[in-house]
Design a protein around this ligand. Structure first.
Ligand SMILES: NC(=O)c1ccc[n+]([C@@H]2O[C@H](COP(=O)([O-])OP(=O)(O)OC[C@H]3O[C@@H](n4cnc5c(N)ncnc54)[C@H](OP(=O)(O)O)[C@@H]3O)[C@@H](O)[C@H]2O)c1
Length: 212
């Protein structure tokens, strides 16, 4: 597969690039300045692009089979940039024959029980509420789309650097929690789940919780 990866210079994006390349896919990795460090593979090309600009997305996506996103607002940026990027991706792809994208979302919009989202729980950290809400807003934009085949992969509550085990579980719309009550995954294993979804299309039009 020939994949356009938005956010390739980010922490999760770099792991997704590595996982896709190890599976033999070709990856065009986008960052704003065109630099993606730490990836040296003949199947990889780093390019510059602006994920808030539909025309930039359309030009970049041409010739690819699918778009992968691990986009996030920069530390000093307005979290509402996420919705801007989701809208630009959707509008940009509509200008191309590319109809498949997989998006890295947030855990806050996942259900912890039949009527509570993670963001609504007492334990949810105050400092993450704005970003989590921005992820939910982006999900609402993506959810309205039925002319593109999208999947929204939501990390668990905690996602950190760590080993690649190849193991993970998924649950549509729900936070994945392990036997010890922890909701977590390594970035490398999240990338495994992400690459599996790109290859299998098993969760099209689905908000999919991922975790151990
Ligand atoms: N538990 C959770 O819910 C959870 C936990 C962790 C992460 N996440 C989410 O997962 C996503 C990825 O996280 P991360 O930690 O890997 O983020 P990150 O390291 O901050 O990476 C963000 C990426 O987005 C790119 N980017 C930002 N604005 C752009 C623009 N206008 N045009 C092109 N590229 C742009 C950055 O590229 P530049 O090099 O151009 O800056 C970078 O590659 C984020 O949305 C984050 O909120 C969720």
């Amino acid at each position: 597969m020939n994949v356009l990866l938005l956010g390739a210079s980010g922490r999760i994006g770099q792991r997704i690039a590595t996982e896709l390349l190890e599976r033999g896919h070709d990856v065009t990795g986008v960052s704003r300045n065109g630099d993606v460090e730490g990836i040296d593979d003949p199947g990889f090309e780093a390019v510059a692009g602006d994920a808030t600009d539909p025309d930039s997305i359309a030009a970049l996506a041409a010739g690819h089979d699918a778009v992968a996103s691990a986009l996030g607002p920069g530390e000093d940026e307005d979290v509402d940039r996420l919705s801007e990027m989701a809208t630009a991706l959707i509008d940009g792809l509509r200008e191309t024959p590319v109809d498949r994208f997989v998006w890295t979302g947030g855990a806050g919009g996942l259900a912890v029980d039949s009527d509570t989202k993670l963001i609504e729980t007492d334990e949810f950290p105050d400092e993450l509420v704005a970003l989590a809400q921005a992820h939910i807003d982006a999900l609402e934009i993506i959810r309205d789309v039925d002319d593109l085949r999208w999947s929204y992969l939501a990390p668990p509550a905690r996602i950190e650097p760590g080993e690649r085990t190849g193991e993970y579980r998924t649950a549509a719309g729900q936070l994945v929690v392990d036997d010890d009550g922890e909701s977590q995954i390594s970035m490398a294993d999240f990338a495994v789940a992400f690459a599996d979804e790109l290859e299998t299309d098993e969760a099209v039009h689905t908000q999919l919780g991922v975790g151990y």
